[in-house]
Design a protein around this ligand. Structure first.
Ligand code: BTN
Length: 249
């Protein structure tokens, strides 16, 4: 049982000892119409976790949080869909802030510690019907009690603070913050949501190295409503990118 202080998020909680991917389980619930908004699927052991940009998400069994949420943001027009993404990222930011401190967002959905190490990430899979959002699966992976990592530049809450965390407590903090941000979005606080996301955006406004097929020096200007990253190049030209089109060096 979790102690999340929420109105609807996590009231339906599916807790699995093992599965391929909680996002996949959530998508199947949607396909079968067998869910209520706010359903959360969580697992101790994820054997085929899906990451952003078609990557694989590895999480050590029992030490980390891997969960997915089902939301139905049908009130938001499709051309504003990135506001939903930003609201969810802000929710993770706020949840992590109560447990560790301020984190940064590496566009679109990586969460970085103050020293730039990856603490977790989010994969949102939307199904759209017509011009409106239909259902969305928000998959979140946060490194919590893990101390060694198979990839460079990764970290966990415990590595950062030296404390170990109860997973149910971390989940409760995240769900509370995510629900709050979702309700803000429903209230139409779009500008505030964007401002908070940009305030935490890694490398915003500073020159750094990128690769879009060629390595170049660029400066992140912001994010378009479509979710494209806007980067200015040294020749003054501005380019917009989808996640798969650009790599941070
Ligand atoms: C990343 O690539 O930065 C992380 C993506 C999100 C991983 C989570 S873990 C729970 C959920 N189920 C999945 O298969 N992926 C997401």
């Amino acid at each position: 049982k979790i102690l999340a202080n929420t109105i609807f998020l996590g009231k339906d909680l599916i807790n699995l000892t093992e599965c391929h991917s909680t996002n996949e389980i959530a998508r199947n619930l949607i396909k079968n119409g067998a869910y209520r908004e706010g359903t959360v699927v969580i697992t101790d052991k994820q054997t085929r976790g899906k990451g952003q940009r078609n990557s694989t998400w590895h999480a050590a069994t029992g030490l980390n949080l891997t969960f997915s949420i089902i939301l139905t943001p049908g009130f938001l027009p499709v051309h504003q869909h990135f506001y939903f993404n930003m609201a969810m990222a802000n929710g993770v930011l706020s949840g992590l802030a109560t447990l560790y401190g301020e984190v940064q967002i590496k566009w679109p959905n990586d969460f970085l510690s103050a020293e730039g190490k990856k603490l977790g990430g989010m994969l949102i899979e939307n199904s759209l019907s017509g011009r409106l959002f239909d259902t969305s699966v928000i998959g979140i992976g946060i490194n919590v009690n893990q101390f060694s990592f198979p990839v460079p530049n990764a970290t966990s809450l415990a590595s950062l603070t030296g404390k170990s965390y109860e997973l149910a407590m971390v989940l409760a903090a995240l769900l509370g913050a995510l629900e709050e941000q979702y309700l803000k979005l429903k209230d139409g606080a779009l500008e505030a949501i964007k401002r908070r996301y940009l305030d935490h955006l890694y490398r915003l406004g500073s020159w750094a190295e990128y690769n879009d097929g060629h390595q170049f020096t660029g400066k992140i200007l912001g994010v378009a409503p479509s979710g494209h990253l806007l980067i200015s190049k040294q020749n003054g030209e501005t380019q917009s990118y989808e996640p798969k089109q650009i790599r941070f060096i």
